[in-house]
Ligand binder design. Sequence first.
Ligand code: C2E
Ligand code: CA
Ligand code: CA
Length: 553
Amino acid sequence: MLQDFLLKEEKVQAFMCEKDTEYIGQIAPLMKIGALEFEERPGDAARNNGRRPRVLSFFRDDPDMEARPEEWERETFGGTYICFRIRPQKGNPWETVDRDLALKCVTGFALIKKSVYLLDGFRFSVTHDAAFGSKNLTFGIFRINELMQRGQIGEFSVFFMNVNGTGEMNAQIGRENGTHVMREFVKRLEDVLEEPEAVWRIGGDNLGAVVRNEKTDRFLEMLQGTYIPYGSGEEESYRICATAGICPGSNEFHKTEQIVDAAQTCMNMARFMKHAPYLVYDQQIIRMLENARHVELAFPEALAREEFQVYYQPKVSLLNNEVIGAEALCRWIRDGKVVPPDQFIPVLERSKLICDLDFYMLEHVCRDIRGWIDMGGKPVEISTNFSRMHLNNPNLSRQIVEIINRYDIPHELIIVELTETTSSVHMKRMGELVSKLKDEGIRTSVDDFGVGYSSMSMLRDIPFSEIKIDRSFLTYTTDTRDRSAVMMKHVISMASELGMRCIAEGVETPDQIRMLKEMDCLRAQGFYFDKPLPKEAFMKRLRMRVYSEKLVN
Ligand code: C2E
Ligand code: CA
Ligand code: CA
């Protein structure tokens, strides 16, 4: 019977206390029990686990309430006591054999309770983050699962959150305070929620939550910034923020993991692509994800079939309007249509696929240059883009040199464009890469200069050959007194003093050309001269050599 009970209990997901009445109901008729009271006082661990002291009573037929009850007290687990008070039936007094039987049952019951508490303790440790003292992802999965099974998930939204700048926080206030702030933050979030809503820690600085739909705005407000005091002084507090991906619950999801994954995808998109505080899983995101999946699937074959083409956007000297080079930009010719890079590069950049594309582009550029040289033309320098993803590849410079040499291209004709990076590890690798390429006579350019944060230290530490000023410096204004113009002027003179060349990208108007000339930036690239051109059109430009009609004084 005990075994049956245990086996049966194992299938019960919820806490097992509710089963006690049923069980007492089952054992009482086996004996001459008239009334049975069961009192339970949970120990610390069980109380933390949400269990409260309680008394259950069971009455059968006609209990002899006058009789002194027999009492048994047993310790079960984690400091928990259970106490039984049993009275016989009226006119059916206890005999020794009855008392023995009752004692056996009580001991058996205590044993079962012990295993239940053990299970509870086990369940607690499985569903809680010991180091952090909060619930963990397993708890979250259980909770979402429960809501799905009850058909209530539509009333809730699932959050996947990443606390912003934890590294910075630890550096600023110390690791210990940082952990304290994180823990308190979780508690504050918990405070605004009510069962079955919950917050849990996923690991590292990632948190999860299930929140009632009507409460998501309030919850989001807290994620945008909550001040948490730390240290002994009351006046010290840290403002903690988190980026969130939100997946509104729906019966269309069949698995808990699908909801959590959707929320996580949104968090990643918010963080790395949109730079937004949060993103909600909706039709637009679903379409983007479908496109991303499609791109990832189709890419390897498209690459093998050479569906990607190099377009060349001329770089022009502002001294004489001569074409002095070009940037190689990728286009995907798919079903006869030209697909611009913003529809596939960000997808490829989520994985190493982008590296294959960049090598492909460099190879095709080299092939084109070789063709021009072999036809007796005068080649110009071509820059190609290399994604940050390459920085994890220690052999990158060797591979670049190998491709260039395979086509016997003079090294000074290739410029490698790299965008800034904020990670110190990447910065170090970028420094090594740029130095190695420099030793090989291959130039490097800082792409999109000025939109990132680390520009200045990068210029100080890494021997780039060129900086490419981002178009945002130009598009805001043509007024030289404007702040961005002041900055640009100094960037240009600083670059020249550091021995670097400057080129402005995204040039669209004669006013901008005038301003650049005034500032001594004598190279430009942009729609004012040409959009990125297919190879043949660019060759025509090369033959023409000068944009005579576009001279600006
Ligand atoms: P990027 O490297 O900053 O390239 C410059 C982008 O600015 C190009 O967009 C170009 O068409 C656009 N542009 C040029 N002049 C003007 C102008 O006057 N006004 C405006 N509004 N835009 C102008 P595109 O070709 O769509 O490329 C977008 C981005 O895709 C590139 O930005 C680059 O980050 C990435 N990309 C393109 N090809 C490759 C590649 O082969 N490898 C890698 N890793 N990234 C690539
Ligand atoms: Ca570029
Ligand atoms: Ca750029």
